[in-house]
Design a protein around this ligand. Structure first.
Ligand code: HEM
Ligand SMILES: *[C@@H]1O[C@H](CO)[C@@H](O)[C@H](O)[C@H]1NC(C)=O
Length: 324
C-alpha cells in the first residue's frame, strides 16, 4: 500500500514537471492574440458557440467530428483550414479524409459570420473555436484560444499521408507529433480525445480479422469486448464508439479502458503496452482530475501549430475555396 502511494506520487511529480515544461515551450506564435477579434468581430466566439450548440442539439455526433476536423487541419500545413478546401487533389479529397465530417457545420458558421463581420474571421479560427466548444458540449474543459490564424491557399492530398490512421507503432506516432512540435505528453493526452466519438468498423476490421485467423490479437484485447465488436461490425460502414464505457462524456474513461484492454484502435491500445507511454496512461487513469486541464493545455499547443509560409494566408470568404 505504502509502496503504491510512493509510486503514484512520484508519477504525479514527473507529470507536473512535464506539464510545466510543456507550457513553457508553448509560447504563443507571434501573430496570435487573445483579443484578435475584440474590435473587428466582437461576437465571433458567441456566434460560433451558438451555432455549434444548435448543430449538437440536432445531431450530437457532430461535436466529436469537429474536434477531429481541427486535428486533421493542424496536422497538415499547420492550422490553416487547408483541410476545408474542396477540389480534386485537395486534402479533403484524400483517402485519409474520407471519414471526416462536420464541413457543413463550418460552412454554416462561416455564412453567419460573413453576415455579421464580412471578410474578417478566418476559417482556421472558426475550426479552432468550434473544437473547443464541441469539447465543452461533451462536459469537457473550456480553455481560452488565441486567434489570428490565416487561411492557406494550398492543399495537397498527398500531404495527408503523414496523418496517423490507427495502424502505426508508437515510435512513428512520437516522431509524427515531434515533427509538429508536440511532445510525448501531447500524444498521450490528445489521444484522450477518443473518449468521445466513433470509428467506422472499416478502420478496425483488420484487428478483429487477425484475431479470428491466428487465434491471437495483434495485442491484448478483452475477449468480451472483442466479441461485442465482432457482432457490432457486421459491415465496414457501421460505426463503433471509441470509448466503450462512456462514449458521450469527456472523461478519463479512455485511459481506464486501455487498462482493461478495451482500446478500440490498435494505436490506442499500444499506449498501454509501450513503456514510454504507459506511465502517462497510468497517471490519467488513476487521477481523473488532471485530465481536463492537461488536455486543454495540449489542445492549445495543437491549435497554435502554424507553418512558416502562413504569411501568404488570407481570410477566406467561403471556407471550401480560396478567394478569387
Ligand atoms: C494519436 C494519433 C491518432 C490516431 C492514430 C487517430 C486515429 C483515429 C481514427 C482511425 C479515427 C476513426 C476514423 C474512422 O471513422 O474510421 C479517429 C477518430 C477520432 N479522432 Fe483520432 N487519431 C489520433 C489523434 C487524434 C487527436 C490528436 C484528436 C484530437 C485532439 C483526435 C480526435 C478524434 C475524434 C474526436 C474522433 C471521432 C470522430 C467522430 O466521431 O467523427 N484524434 N481517430
Ligand atoms: C515503426 O514504424 C516506423 C515507421 O513507420 C518503421 O520504420 C519502424 O521499423 C517501425 N518499428 C517497429 C519496431 O516496428
Amino acid at each position: 500500500m505504502k509502496a503504491k502511494t510512493a509510486l503514484n506520487s512520484s508519477a504525479s511529480f514527473l507529470f507536473v514537471v512535464t506539464v510545466v515544461l510543456g507550457m513553457v515551450s508553448a509560447a504563443s506564435p507571434q501573430n496570435l492574440d487573445y483579443g484578435y477579434y475584440h474590435h473587428s468581430c466582437e461576437d465571433f466566439e458567441a456566434i460560433v458557440s451558438r451555432k455549434v450548440t444548435q448543430w449538437f442539439h440536432k445531431d450530437a455526433t457532430f461535436a466529436a467530428s469537429l474536434i477531429r476536423l481541427h486535428f486533421h487541419d493542424c496536422a497538415v500545413r499547420g492550422c490553416d483550414a487547408s483541410i476545408l478546401l474542396d477540389y480534386p487533389g485537395s486534402e479533403r479529397r484524400a483517402d485519409a479524409s474520407k471519414t471526416l465530417r462536420g464541413f457543413e457545420v463550418i460552412d454554416d458558421i462561416k455564412a453567419e459570420l460573413e453576415k455579421k463581420c464580412p471578410r474578417t474571421v478566418s476559417c482556421a479560427d472558426i475550426l479552432t473555436a468550434a473544437a473547443r466548444d464541441a469539447t465543452v458540449l461533451h462536459k469537457g474543459p473550456f480553455w481560452a484560444n488565441q486567434y489570428g490564424r490565416k487561411d492557406g491557399r494550398e492543399s495537397n492530398a498527398h500531404e495527408t499521408d503523414v496523418v496517423p490512421t490507427g495502424h502505426e507503432n508508437i515510435t512513428h506516432l512520437i516522431e509524427f507529433f515531434q515533427s509538429k512540435g508536440l511532445s510525448l505528453l501531447d500524444l498521450v493526452i490528445l489521444s484522450g480525445a477518443h473518449t468521445i466519438g466513433r470509428s467506422t468498423c472499416d478502420t478496425v476490421q483488420d484487428r478483429l480479422q487477425n484475431y479470428k485467423e491466428s487465434g491471437q490479437a495483434d495485442q491484448a484485447i478483452d475477449p468480451k469486448y472483442l466479441n461485442y465488436l465482432k457482432r457490432k461490425c457486421i459491415s465496414a460502414s457501421e460505426y463503433v464508439d471509441l470509448d466503450a464505457t462512456t462514449p458521450n462524456t469527456f472523461d478519463n474513461a479512455y485511459y481506464t479502458n486501455l487498462q482493461k484492454n478495451m482500446g478500440l484502435l490498435y494505436t490506442d491500445q499500444l499506449l498501454q503496452s509501450d513503456p514510454r507511454t504507459l506511465p502517462l496512461v497510468t497517471s490519467f487513469a488513476t487521477q481523473p482530475s488532471i485530465f481536463p486541464y492537461t488536455f486543454s493545455v495540449s489542445m492549445v499547443r495543437l491549435s497554435n501549430i502554424l507553418q512558416d509560409e502562413d504569411g501568404d494566408g488570407e481570410v477566406r470568404i467561403q471556407c471550401h475555396s480560396i478567394n478569387p
